[in-house]
Design a protein around this ligand. Structure first.
Ligand code: MOS
Length: 739
């Protein structure tokens, strides 16, 4: 189905099932241990041996030699494959760092060997007996030092966030120089780790040339393509299966070493091999969110109109990596005639930087939305009003190009009302409750909406059961449920009559889970397949599909009615289709908007920050399931608190690795850390986005939150910290005297 004109009325608009706050279908499996992690899929292949990955102990250089003799003699060892046994493997299309093979070491904990043994302990023990002789070379590990000579580099995150190396509209320098009120500040965000509950893990089995990998991956089609490319296999000989994913956050968008080394280990051992990356390897062997240095300059008139806006970001990455696209939202969020955005990328030798939890906007808004708060303060304006005054209804770089929907002002107004913003003290550091300095902060949330093709197959059997198959993944987001809701709505059956099967590369290729595009696109693919299936049902009954009504398990036309199962007949019916998009995304800017409100208490003695309550007001198209969407958003808000207060990979700039590579040292907040989280979805239906009229919402829930926390801390204490995360050591020296 080609979607190239805005949607009109369709069966989804009935909203009998879609739009209802249904429980997640996989919820009971998740809570009863029957939705296994990849590593726990003991039944998929018999006789599984255990793999253990050895990571490089240097960050840059070469492997001269590896002595595996002692490891090979160790109890239970079945096979060892070292990086010197292989040529440098091909890289997948989405991989910057090489995953295995050859002598070159590009980053710390790059995989240098896989040991396969009868038990995990035996494999780990033997891996410890491998002697590696390295030739270490000096590396570049300090972003601040490298940033000084970083060249301009454009790029995108593969998630719809992106920018050219430099973009200019009007005369930024002239307008900035002439502006009566100015701001010029620099903000830094640290390297961060996805820290999914489930580490990267795979089970691999060979049948001749055919490879099956049961794994934990967000993007099945990318994984299949890149695994075939890396191992030199025909794509049709590779199958990937990932029905449940214990969190991805961007870290599982790509093929990683677990899948490659499980496959190589299985080949060498002649047995299926299961393998999980240990927690330290997750931090240093896989990808992470790269640190940024962001300079923002704003110029405004005395009555608060932005006249000049510049956002320049520098991040680091391996040679073939991309910049963090932190400036992308600045191109679209506020009006202002004179604009400059630029990105620089320093080549560095740390592990690969790549997409994590709303790449681009999430770290970008942590700078922009604090700068906006600072500017409002300089102008003596309320920060909600300052944002509203500078709203734009068209793409500020391309006048005349409209947003498909844009309710930022409504998000801010409703949020302010609901949150009790009027009770906020304008003057910071003036509200004290016992030992707590209390403050409120606000930020705008912004994330683009991506359209990307997505296919599905839908079968109808003689009992009227509808089975949906697509390689879409459910990474804890609710895909099973919204896909079932879509099929139920389209075919007019209760949700209990729908079976959803996901995550298998034998199924039609979907949009996958990334960039908050999964919900809208994958359900639109199911919609397309259901339209075809409805036509088949109608044809079989000899009725015009335009007249057919699918409702209550029946199909009706005029005064004729038949149960759906009967219409399908004993052989059943099957339809497959793909939703493909025209140029609507070019003609309209499709974005999602939020107002984020946060109240914090900062301990007046210790500088410890506690988030007391949070509110997100989101405008993101039709909400397919308000319950699972709310869960997405409150999870994202919690991650935003992590970005603001605790999450940072600490770089050892001498040896080039992330030191706090486990969940003891890398601190991630949980829901229990935040007593009150509220989410409001504005009524919005976006006919430009897809037949579902939905958009993404998961990442929107994160974008802007970190800034709202930082702004609340400033309101509570009067202290501006521009260097994230805002740990208490950055506050304690500057706190007001505790009277
Ligand atoms: Mo992406 S960072 O997996 O949405």
């Amino acid at each position: 189905m080609k979607f190239d004109t805005p949607a009109t009325t369709n069966p989804i608009d009935r909203l009998k099932v879609v739009g209802q706050p249904l429980d997640r279908i996989d919820g009971p499996f998740k809570t009863t241990g029957t939705a296994p992690y990849a590593y726990e899929r003991h039944g998929v292949a018999p006789n599984q041996a255990y793999g253990f990955v050895l990571g490089a102990g240097i960050a840059k250089g070469r492997v001269n030699a590896m002595d595996t003799a002692a490891a090979r003699r160790a109890p239970g060892v079945l096979a060892i494959v070292t990086t010197l046994d292989m040529p440098k493997l091909e890289k997948g299309q989405t991989n910057a760092a090489a995953l295995f093979g050859g002598a070159e070491i590009q980053h710390y904990h790059q995989a240098v060997a896989v040991v396969v043994a009868e038990t995990f302990e035996q494999a780990r023990d033997a891996a410890g007996l491998i002697r590696v002789d390295y030739a270490r070379q000096p590396g570049r590990f300090d972003l601040a030092a490298e940033a000084r000579h970083a060249p301009l580099v454009g790029g995108d995150s593969e998630e719809g966030s992106g920018a050219p190396p430099e973009d200019r509209v009007g005369d930024f320098e002239g307008a900035f120089a002439a502006a009566p009120v100015k701001l010029d500040e620099t903000y830094t965000t640290p390297d961060e780790s996805h820290a999914a509950m489930e580490p990267h893990a795979s089970i691999a089995a060979w049948e001749g040339d055919r490879l099956t990998v049961w794994t934990s991956n967000q993007m099945i089609a990318w994984g299949k393509r890149d695994l075939a490319k890396t191992l030199g296999l025909k794509p049709e000989n590779v199958r990937i299966d990932s029905p449940y994913v214990g969190g991805g956050f961007g870290g599982k968008l790509f093929l990683r070493a677990d899948a490659v080394l499980a496959a190589l280990g299985a080949k060498a051992a002649g047995r299926p091999v299961k393998l999980a990356l240990t927690r330290p390897l997750v931090a240093n062997n896989t990808t992470h969110r790269p640190a940024t240095i962001q300079r923002i300059r704003l110029g405004a008139t005395r009555d608060g109109k932005i006249t000049a806006i510049a956002h320049e970001s520098t991040s680091g990455n391996l040679k073939d990596g991309k910049p963090e696209t932190a400036v992308s939202q600045t191109k679209l969020l506020y009006a202002g005639a004179n604009r400059l955005t630029s990105m620089r990328m320093a080549e560095m030798d740390l592990p690969e930087g790549n997409a994590m939890r709303a790449p681009g906007e999430a770290p970008g808004l942590m700078a922009l939305e604090v700068a906006i708060d600072e500017m409002a303060e300089r102008l003596g304006m309320d920060p909600v009003e300052f944002r509203i005054l500078n709203d734009t209804q068209e793409d500020p770089e391309k006048p005349g190009r409209r947003f498909s929907q844009r309710q930022l002002v409504q998000c801010l107004r409703q949020g302010a009302e609901r949150f009790g913003w009027a009770n906020r003290n304008f003057r910071p550091g003036t509200r004290r409750e016992g030992r707590w300095l209390v403050g409120m902060g606000v930020a705008a949330g912004f994330r683009n909406n991506l359209l990307t093709k997505s296919a599905a197959r839908v079968r109808l059997d003689g009992q009227g059961v509808v089975t949906v198959e697509t390689d879409m993944t459910d990474i804890g987001t609710g895909s099973y449920t919204i896909i079932a809701q879509t099929a139920a709505e389209m075919m007019g059956v209760p949700i209990g009559k729908v079976v959803v099967r996901l995550g298998d590369s034998d199924f039609p290729a979907s949009a996958g889970s990334g960039g908050q595009w999964g919900a809208n696109n994958s359900t639109a693919g199911v919609y397309a397949a259901c339209v075809k299936l409805r036509e088949q049902v109608a044809q079989k009954l000899g009725i015009n599909s335009a007249d057919a009504v699918f409702e209550d398990g029946q199909v009706r036309a005029g005064n004729r009615a038949a149960p759906l199962g009967q219409a399908a007949g004993p052989e059943g019916l099957s339809a497959e289709d793909v939703i493909e998009y025209g140029d609507l995304a070019k003609r309209y800017q499709q974005s999602t908007f939020a107002g984020h409100f946060v109240e914090v208490g900062v301990d007046a003695m210790t500088g410890e920050t506690r988030v007391r309550r949070m509110l997100a007001v989101c405008a993101a198209g039709r909400i397919l399931n308000p319950k699972s969407a709310r869960s997405q958003v409150i999870g994202a808000m919690t991650m935003g608190v992590g970005a603001a207060l605790t999450e940072a990979l600490e770089v050892d700039t001498r040896h080039g690795f992330f030191v706090n590579h486990d969940l003891a040292g890398y601190e991630v907040p949980v829901h229990a850390d935040i007593p009150h989280q509220e989410v409001i979805f504005l009524d919005e239906v976006d006919p430009v986005s897809s037949p579902m009229k939905a958009k993404g919402v998961g990442e929107l829930g994160l974008c802007g939150v970190g800034a709202a926390v930082a702004n609340a801390i400033h309101n509570a204490t009067g202290i501006r910290v521009r260097d994230y995360p805002i740990t208490l050591d950055k506050l304690i020296e500057r706190l007001p005297e505790p009277a």
